[in-house]
Write a protein that binds this ligand. Structure first.
Ligand code: TYC
Length: 122
């Protein structure tokens, strides 16, 4: 269940002479704000991008410490794909574009994709 601010909706009777003004017939709590959906940024393995470059982008772009970056890189190297991070859509898109530009500059074919985070809303 998502946490968030709660708003209250008040319903009142139409005003009639003699009627109780402002009587609350029903009171409901509804979520006031919706969190934006989250997306996983997926890192894909290839045979050409160096391990060092992948560790570097996991630290520089995805804010992991070195030990976590090495763990993610090795996971992708052995399993083929792994999660670099989880973000809102625009931030995920920007990170992918940034890494694509850095990889292209170095001549690496590093591939990143994004997909809706199924664990969102838990
Ligand atoms: N497989 C690459 C190598 O052996 C390393 C690598 C890891 C590449 C993860 C991409 O997303 C990747 N040099």
């Amino acid at each position: 269940m998502r946490s968030g601010a709660i708003g209250v909706i008040l319903f009142s009777m139409p005003r009639k002479p003699g009627a109780d003004e402002g009587t609350i017939l029903e009171e409901r709590t509804v979520p006031k704000f919706k969190r934006p959906p989250l997306y996983k940024v997926l890192l894909h393995n290839d045979d050409y991008t160096t391990r060092e470059f992948v560790v570097y982008i996991l630290q520089a772009i995805f804010d992991h410490d070195e030990q976590t970056a090495v763990t993610i890189m090795l996971h992708v190297h052995h399993r083929g794909v792994g999660v670099a991070g989880v973000y809102t859509r625009e931030i995920a898109e920007t990170k992918i574009r940034t890494v694509e530009a850095l990889a292209e500059r170095e001549g690496f074919p590093l591939l990143l994709t994004m997909e809706p985070d199924d664990d969102d809303d838990e």
